[in-house]
Design a binder for this molecule. Structure first.
Ligand SMILES: Nc1nc2c(ncn2[C@@H]2O[C@H](COP(=O)(O)OP(=O)(O)OP(=O)(O)O)[C@@H](O)[C@H]2O)c(=O)[nH]1
Ligand SMILES: [Mg+2]
Length: 298
């Protein structure tokens, strides 16, 4: 039996959450084309007959501008602690730059095996892949470089095999039927946030947080969920609601469909939009929205 933790680290939008979902085979972590989609450290558990890989998906590394991004960067740091392997996810649609080298040197420190996953190879020029490998292969502390497509699944098995080869012998950390450490309530918040990210323009979704206030089953098996979409300004609230309520309806319908798939039953979802000014700067409000920096440190 092999078991251990693998953290995924990389810039925003590199495809870490997509890779987590592909490895796990379930939707554990939300995905969007907007950078800084993931805000928490999220575990995705890959179970096999004789192994358990625990994938630690983390927020994309960026310079912290507010209390929320400080929380996110702390999650990245905590996410690297005690793992057996670090995978640096680098997307082929972005040039290799100094900040990549900086992150690689920081984490490929020779203490923890360090694998580079070159992602989005499905969209890369075929010649670009060997060129990138040549530039990375002699960096000290790099165990292997594996070109993949997290989206199509190409070579993800090869990456998984390498990760398993690097895992120590050991017992499972989680029950075999678990695929994440997160609660259903957390997943509901994330699904609603994903739909907001995907449907709303530009800056507004970055200032959105979601809380679930009610999550209960009726006798007939229907799941009732009340959730708040919290935004930073009155003008944002108007955009989240949309003309004649069209936007909130769209977010609600898409969210409900995903939640129904997740729980395997009928869901009544009520979404409310509230304004909490500058919540991303307030430790108190961050805490209310589930971003508790103290909990991370424990
Ligand atoms: N073409 C292509 N697109 C991909 C691939 N992997 C991810 N994407 C897309 O890239 C975008 C970002 O993917 P995410 O998985 O959310 O990226 P992330 O690294 O988790 O981003 P943050 O959470 O913001 O740090 C989404 O639009 C994905 O569909 C891939 O292998 N090929
Ligand atoms: Mg992500």
């Amino acid at each position: 039996m092999k078991a251990g933790f693998v953290s995924l680290i990389g810039k925003p939008n590199a495809g870490k959450s997509t890779l987590t979902n592909t490895l796990v085979g379930e939707k554990v972590s939300i995905v969007s084309w907007k950078p800084q989609t993931t805000r928490n450290k999220i575990l995705g558990i890959v179970n096999g007959e004789d192994y358990q890989l625990v994938i630690v998906d983390t927020p994309g590394v960026h310079k912290a501008k507010n209390a929320l991004s400080k929380y996110m960067m702390k999650s990245v740091e905590v996410g690297q602690e005690g793992v057996e392997v670090i995978v640096y996810v680098m997307a082929m649609d972005k040039k290799l730059d100094d900040s990549d080298m900086e992150y690689i040197r920081k984490y490929a420190d020779g203490k923890t095996p360090f694998v580079i996953a070159l992602n989005k190879c499905d969209e890369a020029q075929p010649s670009a892949i060997p060129e990138r490998i040549v530039r990375l292969k002699d960096i000290a502390g790099v165990d292997s470089i594996i070109p993949i497509s997290a989206l199509t699944g190409k070579n993800v098995d090869m990456l998984k095999d390498r990760l398993l080869a690097l895992m120590p012998e050991g017992e499972r950390f989680f029950d075999e039927d678990m695929y994440t450490d997160k609660s259903m309530r957390f997943m509901v918040c994330e699904i609603v946030r994903e739909k907001a990210l995907r449907n709303l323009d530009e800056e507004i979704p970055y200032g959105i947080g979601v809380t679930v206030n009610k999550y209960s089953y009726r006798n007939n098996g229907i799941l009732d969920i009340d959730a708040d979409i919290v935004c930073e300004k009155q003008s944002h609230k108007a955009m989240v609601i949309g003309k004649g309520g069209a936007m909130i309806k769209k977010i609600s319908t898409q969210s409900r469909q995903d939640i129904e798939d997740m729980v395997g039953g009928k869901v009544f979802l009520n979404l409310y939009v509230r304004v909490k000014e500058d919540w991303r700067e307030s430790d108190f409000l961050l805490n209310q929205l589930g971003y508790n920096i103290k909990e991370l440190k424990d």
